[in-house]
Design a protein around this ligand. Structure first.
Ligand code: ADP
Ligand code: ZN
Length: 618
């Protein structure tokens, strides 16, 4: 397309710039032309607009440097010269009159249409570009399909419920619908009401798309999908049109499933300032609502939508007859993580030392998508090292990579490295000896991502609530690094910056939210609140007295000082063991639970969590 437009431009340029092939002709002043006429030197002339081309009987010196020539050219004044034709007649000159641009009829047409052609070309080019942008989301690549082709795919997916690990609740709710999709007539005959819209809610990567696809795969019906975010950048009106076509296509191949991903990006509450009242968004949303209302209930088209922000959805979407069935997908717990890992490791050969249970315990908070990524990273690492199987070390490396970014080689000075080892060993020692802290998983002084080093503890069980003693121990563990630096090196470093921040945040929550301070009591005195639209904490106007604020500050400080004292007591008490641990850590760089226990002696019976990572603060 672009080539065609370019071709036009080049062609017209050539035509326009092609000078009429004549003999060498000299340009002479109009006055000189007139006197030549009067002297009857001129044989013939051709009048072409305000140009006169003429020929003399006998060559004369008419060139600018006095060259001789018979062919000349001159310019007639724009206001015309009434006497010119008479003079020419008097002098017996043969006169031909030619329309100014007769020679270039095509050129003339071209000249008239060129601006339009250019505009059209530009428009088409923009359209293809926009279409290609749509293609980025799996939309239509062809211009002709720009407005119509709505769905990424309308095939029956190959995934089934067997590919969805865990999520038992969600699966149970969805399974009911399989029967209906397989045989809608049976249900319709008995007048059964089938839900039209099902809203899948859950964090990114929890398998919402996967579950919707599995439903289609299980029932053997085509799956039409579209994503809310596709509408945001497109021309106004296109979103609504695509929704219309999508539903039309789905109805044609009913029974079928329509899946709308990221519903919140079109389905935000209309008319709110946040998100900037996007016209296109509203039109699209209205179209979706209209389509859903237009169903008579006999179409056997099921609409599934996914969102991770159900709180911002327009209430109109959730009304009866629309997305009135809600299915919640949670981040996987320990057992589900094991199951998901197994699903994704089905096709990878595993070494004997691979313990899925242990990997799952090391990945609290990972979503299904992240676990899939973990297995994939491990496979890549194994392949790079020419291994035949995936080993536990591969998984461990992959986990750190997914968690914190790639290992980096950072030049650390020997004394800085020593301080780092002291700091991390301090965390480790306190975690080991504090009764309520989580079991240690590993400690490392290998820098990775933004973290300089890290001490990782693992929960034996998932934690849903955190008891007071546990929180106190957790703060003590966080202060362990600092306390060790102070005790062994006598000075502090800026490396503990993030530790202090974490500890303070936790202590403040204990005091102002969870009522864990005698002095403050069970009052909610928090300073910020999660904002439902922005999804992050926002400072609130304070609704308690100056005095309360002071009491909170004092209570927080007291809690922190107590925890630090506990940390430094543990360190003083086990100073020899700490030194042993530091030496070992500097030698090995990374120590695992068995090595730590061997070095420090068996730990107390531990109940349970979490990663203290020392982030750089630059
Ligand atoms: P969402 O739509 O919730 O953001 P997806 O369905 O796109 O998440 O999940 C991305 C990928 O993560 C899936 O293709 C699948 O491979 C993997 N995954 C997520 N949850 C699960 C699960 N419960 N079982 C197996 N794989 C899962
Ligand atoms: Zn630290």
């Amino acid at each position: 397309m672009l080539a065609m437009v370019l071709g036009f431009i080049i062609l017209s340029y050539l035509l326009l710039s092609r000078a009429p092939p004549t003999e060498l002709s000299y340009e002479i002043p109009y006055s000189e032309f007139n006197s030549l006429v009067r002297e009857r030197e001129v044989d013939e002339v051709e009048l072409r607009g305000d140009i006169v081309n003429g020929k003399l009987f006998v060559p004369r010196a008419i060139g600018p440097q006095g060259q001789k020539g018979a062919i000349f050219r001159s310019r007639i004044p724009a206001f015309g010269d009434d006497s010119l034709l008479l003079n020419l007649e008097d002098a017996g000159v043969a006169v031909t009159v030619v329309a100014p641009h007769e020679a270039g009829l095509f050129t003339q047409i071209l000249l008239a249409t060129l601006p339009w052609l250019l505009l059209l070309g530009l428009f088409l080019w923009l359209m293809t570009r926009a279409a290609r942008n749509l293609g980025r989301f799996g939309g239509p690549k062809e211009l002709s399909g720009f407005l119509e082709a709505p769905a990424k795919e309308a095939e029956v997916p190959e995934v089934t419920f067997a590919d969805v690990a865990g999520q038992e609740n969600a699966k149970r709710e969805i399974t009911e619908l399989v029967e209906y999709l397989k045989n809608p007539a049976k249900f319709l005959k008995l007048g059964a009401e089938i839900p039209k819209g099902v809203l899948l809610m859950g964090a990114p990567g929890t398998g919402k798309t996967l579950l919707a696809k599995a439903l289609a795969g299980e029932a053997g019906v085509p799956f039409f999908s579209i994503s809310g975010s596709e509408f945001i950048e497109v021309f106004v009106g296109v979103g609504a049109s695509r929704v219309r076509h999508l539903f039309e296509a789905a109805k044609k191949s009913s029974p079928s499933i329509v899946f709308i991903d990221e519903l919140d990006s079109v389905g935000r509450t209309r008319g709110t300032g946040l998100g900037g009242g996007h016209d296109e968004r509203e039109q699209t949303l209205n179209q979706i609502l209209a389509e859903m209302d237009g169903f008579s209930g006999r179409e056997a088209v099921l609409i599934l939508a996914a969102t991770n922000r159900p709180d911002v959805l327009d209430p109109a979407l959730l009304r009866p007859g629309r997305f009135d069935r809600h299915v919640m997908l949670d981040l996987p717990d320990l057992n589900d993580r094991v199951a998901i890992l197994k699903v994704h490791a089905r096709k990878t050969p595993l070494a004997a030392d691979v313990d899925m249970d242990k990997i799952a315990r090391g990945t609290p908070g990972f979503s299904g998508a992240e676990l899939k990524n973990l297995v994939n990273e491990a496979a890549i690492l194994a392949a790079r090292q020419d291994e035949q199987q995936l080993t536990m070390a591969d998984f461990d490396e992959a986990r750190d990579k997914v968690l914190m970014g790639t290992e980096r080689s950072l030049a650390i000075e020997p004394d800085e490295r020593h301080r780092l080892a002291v700091h991390e060993a301090g965390h480790t020692l306190v975690a080991h000896f504090a009764a309520h802290a989580d079991t240690l998983y590993k400690v490392t002084i290998v820098p990775r991502g933004r973290a300089l080093g890290g001490t990782q503890q693992l929960p034996e069980h998932e934690r849903h609530t955190m008891p007071e003693e546990y929180l106190q121990d957790r703060i003590a563990v966080i202060f362990g690094g600092r306390a060790a630096e102070k005790e062994l090196l006598g000075t502090l470093s800026s490396g503990a910056d993030d530790d202090i921040h974490q500890a303070t945040t936790m202590a403040r929550a204990m005091v102002s939210r969870w009522g864990m301070s005698e002095a403050v009591g069970p009052v909610d005195l928090r300073e910020s609140e999660e904002h439902p639209f922005l999804g992050r904490e926002m400072a609130q106007p304070r609704h308690y007295s100056e005095h309360s604020a002071e009491v909170v500050d004092d209570a927080v400080r007291e809690l922190l000082i107590k925890a630090e004292l506990r940390a430094s007591n543990i360190i003083k008490q086990h100073r020899d063991k700490l030194n042993k641990l530091i030496t070992l850590l500097e030698k090995e760089e990374t120590l695992y639970r068995e090595q730590i226990e061997e070095c420090l002696g068996a730990a107390l019976e531990k109940k349970s969590i979490v990663v203290v990572s020392d982030n750089q603060t630059s």
